[in-house]
Design a protein around this ligand. Structure first.
Ligand code: FPP
Length: 241
């Protein structure tokens, strides 16, 4: 069985914006601004090589505890991002999606997101999904509550649970094949906990604003060398016993 060496679904924890800025003597928000440029480059590249879903952790349910000024700056980014990047999104046939509790975001942020979704609704290529106000634990609880209503006393299967998570919008590509986290941290931080069950993990010390297409290529090359077994045996050992 030949497996595709291009991950169908890539999830990225875009970390290190603040440290990137600090090391340059800039305010933290300058790091987020530069980080948006990385998003554009990586999204284009991913779409060109045939990735089906790119999920980016933009704002976690825990990020509200940051200084109000930083939070409101991050909340203004979708509007900047989508307005400047829309022609390229459409030219690349990229569809915008989100996961997370969007309704709790500032009105303007919600509007920018809704507009971007509407404008790319016809795009059939890669789904570019922003996890905004997202937490995997909260998503699982939401799914369980929804299923409890539906199932009453009935048993809940793994398929039921997966289909009630917000990532069910990705259909067959619900589970990321590859998780990338930048900036040297090696943890999941409440991102896609169930969906990452069998994902390959790639950690790089590069800060997100410095994560270029070349750095992305390195991650992909590393992924291509991995031997994914999903708890089974390596192909050439299957008939040994
Ligand atoms: C991590 O760096 C980055 C964030 C918490 C937010 C990043 C969000 C964006 C770049 C864009 C979101 C926008 C859209 C288009 C929906 P950090 O601040 O945790 O860095 P540090 O660990 O060095 O402090």
């Amino acid at each position: 069985m030949m497996m595709s060496k291009i991950p169908q679904h890539i999830a990225i924890i875009m970390d290190g914006n603040g440290r990137w800025a600090k090391e340059k003597g800039l305010p933290r928000i300058a790091g987020h601004k530069k980080g948006v440029e990385s998003i554009k480059q990586i999204a284009k590249k991913a779409s060109q090589i045939g990735v089906k879903v790119l999920t980016l952790y933009a704002f976690s349910t825990e990020n509200w505890s940051r200084p109000e000024k930083e939070v409101s700056f991050i909340m203004s980014l979708p509007s900047v991002f989508f307005s400047t990047f829309m022609p390229e999104l459409i030219a690349n046939n990229i569809q915008i999606e989100t996961i997370g509790n969007i309704e709790a975001l500032p009105e303007k942020t919600q509007e920018a997101i809704a507009k971007a979704k509407a404008k790319t609704a016809h795009c059939t290529g890669m789904k570019l999904c922003f996890a905004v106000n997202y937490g995997a634990e909260q998503d699982i609880v939401m799914a369980m509550n929804r299923l409890r209503e539906e199932k009453k006393e009935g048993e809940i299967s793994l398929i039921d649970l997966k289909s009630a998570l917000s990532t069910s919008i990705f259909g067959a590509n619900q589970n990321p094949d590859l998780l990338i986290r930048t900036s040297g941290e090696q943890r999941l931080s409440n991102f896609l906990l169930l969906e990452l069950a069998y994902a390959e993990m790639y950690f790089t010390p590069v800060y997100w604003p410095d994560f270029t297409v070349e750095a992305f290529d390195k991650a992909l090359a590393n992924y291509a060398k991995r031997d994914r077994r999903y708890g089974g045996l390596k192909e050439d050992h299957v008939n040994e016993n």
